[in-house]
Write a protein that binds this ligand. Sequence first.
Ligand code: URA
Length: 227
Amino acid sequence: MNPPDHARGGTSLGFMRTLVIDHPLVAHKMSRLRREETSSATFRLLAEELVTLLAYEATEALEVEEVAITTPVAPTVGLEMKEPRPLVVPILRAGLGMLNGMVRLMPTAEVGFLGLVRDEETLSASIYADRLPDNLKDRQVFVLDPMLATGGTLIAAIDILLERGAKDVTAICLLAAPEGLARLEEAYANTHAQVTIVTAGLDERLNDKGYIVPGLGDAGDRLYGTV
Ligand code: URA
């Protein structure tokens, strides 16, 4: 069974679904983020705000359980996040710029780190840092990666998480390219993997350097200044 497709602009195929968030606040902040004159300081603020808005949609299937609570007025039953806690995984380095915006909404989540670097010639991704739990059985995982371009980095990250037993993986991306989404669909649509992509925008295409067009440039450089 496919998971239900609640969010605006969603499409689903197999077990992978993509939610393109269509909301005026998200659109406004994305436009400010894209502008070439936006400073790194403002870019960081906007990226955090956007992630918090996307995180609201991305956590719609977060597992909760009933707990007995007492309000100042009466005992009742509340719903609280289930154990094991969800895991948030920013992909280094640009995903770090999304972390605060995510943990603001889910402060009790655990955070793991994955460093993946893209070879600019071959556009393939390789791992240079792995700070993730070995066992992710029953864990809901949220990956933070601002740019879903060719999809190579995200597929490498999702494969590791699924291999370690993650129950489902939701990737939050500021922008996505059709080429990258097609690769992800090819990789996961007809498998049992539960993969969801939540993005603020689906752009036109990739250019010959693998950059999203019109995009916003190199997300790491925009966040932290060119190295
Ligand atoms: N990575 C980026 O930072 N920007 C792109 O447009 C594509 C990949």
